[in-house]
Design a binder for this molecule. Structure first.
Ligand code: ADP
Ligand code: MG
Length: 399
């Protein structure tokens, strides 16, 4: 077992006095390309990373569910039959009630959503203890939330014999996050975390929810993904995010399509005539970004990972100039990484802060880090946090 898996097992022993029956884990994720395309029913290409959240679990006879985490060592306990009341009823109407700490709404919300999907009589479900430990950085844009959801749903599917598919698990994680916690996210993070495969990305069609693994070949080709966390908080991004969503909806409506997914680059000339300048640029980003995701998949398959650099850079430029969600720190990170010889680089995540990623030759990672750090210093920015991530496997049973 890895150190973090052992931490989860140790915490379980502390809580219950006995060893866990099972340990399950799920990873965080990074998005290679496809930004703000999810809520436009388009395409994304994220990959699971090697940082993981572990859930050590065991059944109990009394119908209670108890969760504890190294993140918060005070156990939270609820009767399984009380879960619907805790989250306000059936999926579709629930919202985090504030009667449990927010972090506990992730695992308890997963239990609630899994049982709602299963339809079994709640009184017949065995109780469970869940001890969580994680090495996914929290709030760095690597989706520690999908990791905690994935580890929990994998473990509960096993203990409760729910027979869930991977897509079911991703949907349950999303319901927990949207409705039990109250965070309005798409399904990308959960799908990436649950379905990840070594050295591969998950190509997701956000309209049909069809997924396909796409070989990345980064490990095989000696490439690394460097994450450059600018440490610019994106917590104030809510306004900008909502505004971008509204622009996309307006653009789709004025172009007469259900979602921007239904436009292609061939429609952009007409869009320029129909839409106001700002809305046109927002639409142009989404339409070209969808095409770039498709092109990235094709390029990876036909030519391999060294050929996708231009697409990553074009994605960044589109977010900087057309979608206007970059910040000077992100632009500096991308420019410096490219100057250092990175194959490609782009901001990743919702924007207004957060992280950039750069695709770098293994033996040049230290040089890129140094050049990025220097550029930040020169610009008078706070030092970025830089580390590599490798495309890794999704949810699995560890013990
Ligand atoms: P991100 O997913 O980008 O890391 P989020 O705000 O979506 O950030 O999710 C972070 C929240 O998820 C934390 O504030 C906490 O409530 C919960 N969380 C994540 N990992 C754990 C963990 N190991 N133990 C307890 N809560 C966790
Ligand atoms: Mg999250």
């Amino acid at each position: 077992m890895t150190p973090t898996a052992s931490e989860a097992a140790d915490l379980f022993r502390e809580l219950t006095g006995s060893a866990p029956e099972r340990v399950w884990s799920a990873p965080g994720r990074a998005n290679l390309i496809g930004e703000h395309t999810d809520y436009n029913e388009g395409f994304v290409l994220p990959f699971a990373i090697e940082y993981r959240t572990f859930a050590a679990v065991g059944r109990r006879a009394d119908g209670m569910i108890r969760v504890v985490s190294t993140f918060d060592r005070t156990p939270v306990e609820v009767a399984i039959v009380e879960l619907p009341a805790l989250f306000g009823g059936s999926p579709g109407e629930a919202v985090h009630s504030g009667s449990v700490p927010e972090w506990a709404a992730y695992p308890l919300g997963v239990a609630w959503a899994a049982l709602a999907a299963d339809g079994s009589a709640l009184a017949k479900i065995p109780g469970v203890d869940i001890a969580l430990a994680s090495d996914v950085p929290i709030g760095a844009g690597l989706s520690s939330s999908a990791a905690i959801e994935g580890a929990t749903v994998g473990a509960l599917d096993d203990l409760w014999e729910l027979g869930l598919t991977q897509l079911d698990m991703a949907k349950i994680g999303r319901i927990a996050e949207n409705q039990a916690v109250g965070a309005p996210t798409g399904i990308m993070d959960q799908a990436a975390s649950i379905m990840g495969q070594n050295d591969a990305a998950t190509f997701l069609d956000c309209r049909t929810l069809e997924t396909q693994p796409v070989d990345l070949g980064f490990a095989r080709e000696g490439l690394r993904v460097l994450v450059i966390d600018t440490r610019v908080s994106h917590s104030h991004s809510t306004g900008g995010y909502g505004e971008r969503r509204a622009s996309c909806e307006l653009g789709a409506r004025q172009m007469g399509v259900p979602a921007l997914r239904d436009l292609t680059t061939g429609d952009l000339d007409r869009a320029r005539q129909v839409l106001d300048g700002v809305t046109f640029r927002r639409v142009a980003h989404i339409v070209t970004e969808n095409q770039r995701v498709l092109d990235t998949v094709d390029t990876l398959r036909a030519e391999g990972p060294r050929a996708i650099g231009g697409l990553l850079v074009a994605s960044h430029v589109s977010m900087r100039d057309d979608f206007e969600i970059s910040v000077p720190e992100l632009d500096t990170a991308v420019t410096a990484a490219l100057e250092s010889g990175a194959i490609g680089a782009r901001m990743t995540g919702g924007g207004f802060g957060g992280s950039a990623i750069a695709l770098v030759e293994r033996n040049r990672v230290d040089e890129t880090k140094a050049i990025v750090a220097e550029a930040f210093e020169r610009a008078g920015f706070g030092a970025p946090h830089q580390f590599t991530v490798a495309p890794s496997h999704g949810v699995l049973r560890d013990a």
